[in-house]
Every structure is written in structure tokens, then in C-alpha cells.
Design a protein around this ligand. Structure first.
Ligand SMILES: Nc1ncnc2c1ncn2[C@@H]1O[C@H](COP(=O)(O)OP(=O)(O)OP(=O)(O)O)[C@@H](O)[C@H]1O
Ligand SMILES: [Mg+2]
Length: 358
């Protein structure tokens, strides 16, 4: 899948930018604070409806402005058939939030964006996938599950709704959670099974990529969010007193994690920052390989300052693995070339928020 034309307006320091991306390697270069990462955030926003740097989208709106707009044309083959073209637009309004349009019509859910423009990022914060709690890893896994299992997004939305309703009932302490328990159980088991299946399919890719990147050998485990000995219905039943006391649901796939262990110890406790980055990169590449294999999806891959924290040997392995994916790439750099990635197909220079072709 490819992003062609791209227009960005009032996103951080970028007042207005129009560019035409190449299906292959695009290099975006400029000094510190020129707007390189901001441009990648704009691209990511088109496919995900959010930034990879902040959970608070209104921070992306340029100071003194009410809203930002990103617009792009995507094209590709894959599951949608060949030769399709879509117009995608995302607007973030300071007070009214995020709205998206696909081919001129408002989209019901952000999942629709992900379908027409799958995009992934590797940035200097990627080690947080290893270092932080389960939320990031859940999201990492879910993005892959979403592309493999078309019903997943719907299950997840309905699960979230049922959980909010159950939590509201818990706070009344009426004990009348039964209808929501039934709904949560049905959806939760499906969500969990879909995640487990995708993680299992990913394992061979994970082992291959981790070895190719010379990253420490680690096991990816799956913790589904409740005890292994019980069904979700049983877990909900037995945690009810605690749930009522706190007014929240403790058991379920919203608590899932993919704990990563090296020699039996949690990776975040034993790996250096550079090793954590390598491992997080390996996870991401394993996911992209899986998507290519099962759904013929080749997302656009954003590489923000990819050389940071990697020595030349590991950077070499990384570049080799990236090249094998055959994805559209948008790479940022402080220099006008990235020798490691070979000659770019198209180069853009960014200076004080202005982006131009070179
Ligand atoms: N909401 C905003 N409105 C205007 N400017 C902003 C906003 N948010 C951030 N900025 C500014 O945008 C500039 C560009 O930031 P960005 O992170 O894109 O730079 P960069 O080129 O990636 O730099 P680096 O090489 O240091 O990573 C920064 O100077 C920042 O202060
Ligand atoms: Mg940056």
C-alpha cells in the first residue's frame, strides 16, 4: 500500500506542506526542530487517527490555530483488489476532536482508515514497547490482529461498550451485572482467541527476525488477562466482590499482555536501551512480515531517526531486514543522505516547518 499525494496544514510547526511521495524510499532531512517528526506524525494520523508521540491529539494543532488537516491519496493492491485509490482526510479540532473522511464521506470508526492506509512507525521511543507496561504491547498485537481478523475491530468496540456498562452497574452494587457478563464473556473469549492465534502465527517470524537482527533470544508469551485455569465467565464471577469494591472489571482481554522474557527474566529488567530498541524493532518487523504473509498487506513504514542507538553492525542487519519487506518507506535524517539505507528515490528538505522537494 502506498501513500502518494500528501497535504498537511497547521500541524505543529508545519503551516502548509504539499508533497508527492515515492512508492519506494523517501528521505526527509533537516536540522533539529525543523519539523521532520511532525511530518511523520501527519502521515501516521492519516492511517491511525492519532499520533505516535502523544495521546493528546490537540497538541498537534499549530499554536494559535483551531484545527489541523491532513489529506492523502492512497493506492494499492492486496486484499482490496488491485488498482484502487482512496482519498483520506483527517481533521483534528481543538474543541471538537478528531474527524475523518474517506472518499468524501465521514467514517464511522477509525478502523476504516487503518484498512485503506496501514501505517507503522519505528521511532526513537520504540524501546518503550519493551520497557513499559502491557498497554503498548496490547496495542501492538491488536494492530496485527485487526489486519488478520476483519471482525476484530467490531468485537473490540462492543467489548469496550459492554465493559463500561458493567462498570456502571458495579458502582450501583445491585449485583445485576449478569447480562453484561454474558456479553463480555462471548466477546472476550473471541478477542482473546484471535490474539492468541495471531501471536502463534507470528512466532516463527519473530524467531527469524530476532536472530537476523542479532537481538537476544527471548520468548513471547501470551497472558490473556485472566487466570489460565478458568473460563472468562468463571473469572468474572470470582472477581465480582473486588470489582464491586472498585467499580471496575479486573478480568478480561483489556488486561492482556505479551510478557517478553530473556532467560526467564523480564526483558525490560535485563536489556540495555539499545537492546530494547533492537527487540522492539524485531517485534515490529515480525508483525509486518506476518501481515505480508497472511493478508498481503504491506504498510507504509515511517522510520524516524532510525540509526539512533544502533551500532553500525546492528544498523546493517536492521536495514537488510527492512529492505526485504518491500514497504514504502519515509525516513528522516539530520543529513541530506542516509548512507545506511542506500540512495533514496525521493528527497525532501524541511526547514522551519517548510517542506520542499530536493
Ligand atoms: N502545536 C505546535 N505548534 C507550533 N509548533 C510546535 C507545536 N508543537 C511542537 N512545535 C514545534 O515544532 C518544531 C518541530 O518539531 P519536530 O519534532 O517535528 O522536529 P524534528 O525535525 O523532528 O527535530 P529533531 O531532529 O530534533 O527530532 C519544534 O521546534 C517544536 O517546538
Ligand atoms: Mg524528530
Amino acid at each position: 500500500m502506498i501513500l502518494g499525494e500528501l497535504t498537511v496544514r497547521d500541524l505543529r510547526c508545519i503551516e502548509q506542506a504539499e508533497l508527492s511521495l515515492h512508492p519506494g524510499r523517501n528521505l526527509v532531512w533537516g536540522g533539529n526542530g525543523s519539523g521532520k517528526t511532525s511530518l511523520l506524525e501527519g502521515i501516521f494520523l492519516l492511517g491511525r487517527g492519532r499520533s505516535f508521540r502523544t495521546r493528546n491529539s490537540e497538541r498537534l494543532v499549530r499554536h494559535g490555530q483551531e484545527r489541523l488537516v491532513v489529506f492523502g491519496r492512497t493506492e494499492g493492491a492486496g486484499i482490496q483488489g488491485s488498482g484502487w485509490v482512496h482519498a483520506v482526510g483527517v481533521e483534528v479540532h481543538r474543541r471538537e476532536g478528531t474527524r475523518a473522511r474517506l472518499d468524501g464521506s465521514p467514517v464511522g470508526s477509525l478502523a476504516d482508515l487503518s484498512r485503506v492506509f496501514p501505517v507503522q512507525v519505528i521511532d526513537p521511543e520504540i524501546h518503550k514497547l519493551i520497557e513499559e507496561g502491557g498497554r503498548r504491547r496490547r496495542r501492538w498485537l491488536d494492530w496485527a490482529v485487526f489486519h488478520v481478523e476483519p471482525r476484530f475491530a467490531d468485537w473490540w468496540v462492543r467489548y469496550g461498550r459492554a465493559m463500561r456498562q458493567r462498570n456502571a452497574v458495579l458502582r450501583t452494587r445491585s449485583g445485576a451485572t449478569k447480562p453484561w457478563d454474558v456479553e463480555l464473556t462471548a466477546l472476550g473469549e473471541r478477542i482473546s482467541e484471535a490474539r492468541r492465534a495471531v501471536l502463534e502465527q507470528m512466532q516463527p517470524h519473530w524467531h527469524e527476525v530476532a536472530a537476523a537482527l542479532d537481538c537476544p533470544a527471548a520468548e513471547l508469551q501470551y497472558f490473556r488477562g485472566w487466570g489460565a485455569q478458568h473460563s472468562l465467565a468463571e473469572a468474572l464471577e470470582s472477581s465480582r466482590p473486588r470489582d464491586e469494591a472498585r467499580g471496575v472489571t479486573h478480568a478480561g482481554p483489556h488486561r492482556a499482555d505479551v510478557p517478553i522474557r530473556v532467560d526467564g527474566k523480564l526483558a525490560r529488567e535485563v536489556l540495555s536501551r539499545g537492546q530494547q530498541k533492537l527487540m522492539a524493532v524485531a517485534l515490529t518487523l515480525a508483525q509486518l512480515r506476518l501481515l505480508k504473509e497472511v493478508s498481503e498487506t504491506t504498510p507504509t513504514l515511517l522510520l524516524d531517526d532510525p540509526a539512533a542507538e544502533l551500532d553500525s553492525e546492528h544498523l546493517g542487519y536492521f536495514v537488510e531486514q527492512i529492505a526485504r519487506l518491500g514497504c514504502q518507506l519515509v525516513i528522516t535524517s539530520l543529513q541530506p543522505e542516509t548512507s545506511a539505507f542506500g540512495a533514496p528515490d525521493r528527497v525532501f528538505h524541511v526547514e522551519q516547518g517548510r517542506v520542499g522537494p530536493v
